[in-house]
Design a protein around this ligand. Structure first.
Ligand code: S3P
Length: 172
């Protein structure tokens, strides 16, 4: 993949709280590329928040919308893309991402993810009795799939700058 990286989209995958949006924005700045956040693009296209899409239309419909939005974005010129945490789990969306982008899993441990997501309460999948338990289950279930990304980068607690630097080193 090395030779092709310079002209491919970089797609960040991983769980909620892994830092995909923050790291993605900074990475895009460093690479002088456009940044897209698939959740934001879905919200714009639907005219609804992610939570409202889940409530009004359900998760399956959200996933279809997510795939359509990613199809559109992946045909744009090479950019940095933060995907929603579930995008890479959907087999068709995953194939699309793997075909059109270099995929990077931002891998963080449960405590780090939890600290980050518990600051903000806008994730529909975590509106549960035991949100930390849900997050833990998602981490266990999804790890074997996220691991299939082209690159795996550790996203530690603390400044995202370190994560951006590791990605730049890994891509170099
Ligand atoms: C989801 C993650 C969210 C959002 C939706 C579903 C998931 O994105 O797409 O709530 O299935 O993990 P973030 O990872 O950006 O929070």
């Amino acid at each position: 993949i090395e030779a092709a990286i310079s002209d491919r989209t970089i797609a960040l995958v991983g769980l909620m709280g892994a830092g995909k949006s923050t790291v993605g924005k900074r990475l895009a700045d460093r690479l002088n590329r456009q940044f897209y956040d698939s959740d934001n693009e879905i919200e714009k296209a639907a005219g609804l928040s992610i939570s409202d899409i889940f409530t009004l239309h359900g998760e399956a419909e959200f996933r279809r919308g997510e795939r359509r939005v990613l199809e559109r974005l992946l045909n744009e010129e090479p950019h940095v893309l933060a995907t929603g945490g579930g995008a890479y789990l959907d087999p068709e969306t995953r194939d699309l991402l793997r075909e059109k982008a270099v995929t990077i899993w931002l891998n963080a441990d449960l405590e780090t993810l939890w600290r980050r997501v518990s600051r903000r309460g806008h994730r529909p999948l975590l509106k549960a009795e035991n949100p930390k338990g849900v997050l833990s289950r998602l981490l266990t279930e999804r790890t074997p799939i996220y691991e299939q990304a082209d690159l795996v980068v550790r996203s530690e607690e603390g400044p995202h700058k370190a994560t951006v630097e590791s990605i730049l080193r890994a891509l170099d």
